[in-house]
Unconditional design. Sequence first.
Length: 256
Amino acid sequence: MAGHDVVREPAKVRSAISLTGQYAAVDDEQTGRENLAMVGRLMHLGRARARRRGAELLERFDLVDAADRRVKTYSGGMRRRLDLAMSLVAMPRVIFLDEPTTGLDPASRTTMWDAVGELVRSGTTIVLTTQYLEEADRLADRIVLIAGGTVAASGTADVLKSQVGGDRLEIWFDGPDALARATQVLGSVGALPDLERLVLGVPSDGSAAHLHRVLDELRAAGVPVARVSSHRPTLDDVFLTLTTARPAADRAPVPA
């Protein structure tokens, strides 16, 4: 870890890493500025240096206007930004982020993504766990998909997407019975049902001819279709494809 053996040099490893957990570890009764100063003192930066570092991070994470308000008045997005800022006080080389955008609204999530991207560009290594595969697709240089406690696949987003072929058709149905019948009809071609959305995903070469063949098969089987769309594969497609192929007892999807 950061060039240090985690068994023989644990103190050096700890000095090189930082963690931002799934839930913001901030003191609600202190202000944002006080939270940062407290971490700086705990990191032995000294009073003056801790204040300077706190001011830099308040500016960096757009918290200057709220710096002297108690954290209990902060929104969820502001608390997450402060939590990330606190993990950066000692300028770690490696940061572990555990589902940093869980529960955030879309605007706050985008702000957090921008902050993570800026850290990576500055040379910080980020190890991020997430349930949002769109987040992994946008942020990660390398992705590891975990299912049932084991690695299902790893690689860049493009490499993982290539494993499920080209385009995919998404076919919507008006009810679970129609979806189940369509899955039986098209299951041999790698069709994957989404029971919550009542959608069947079907691998495709993107041609109109293939679309017509699929619809003709469903029509011949008497399965009514609500609507159809075509798209490039996403990491959700990759995850569903790889984990659906596993034995049912092994499926406990935890994407990372």
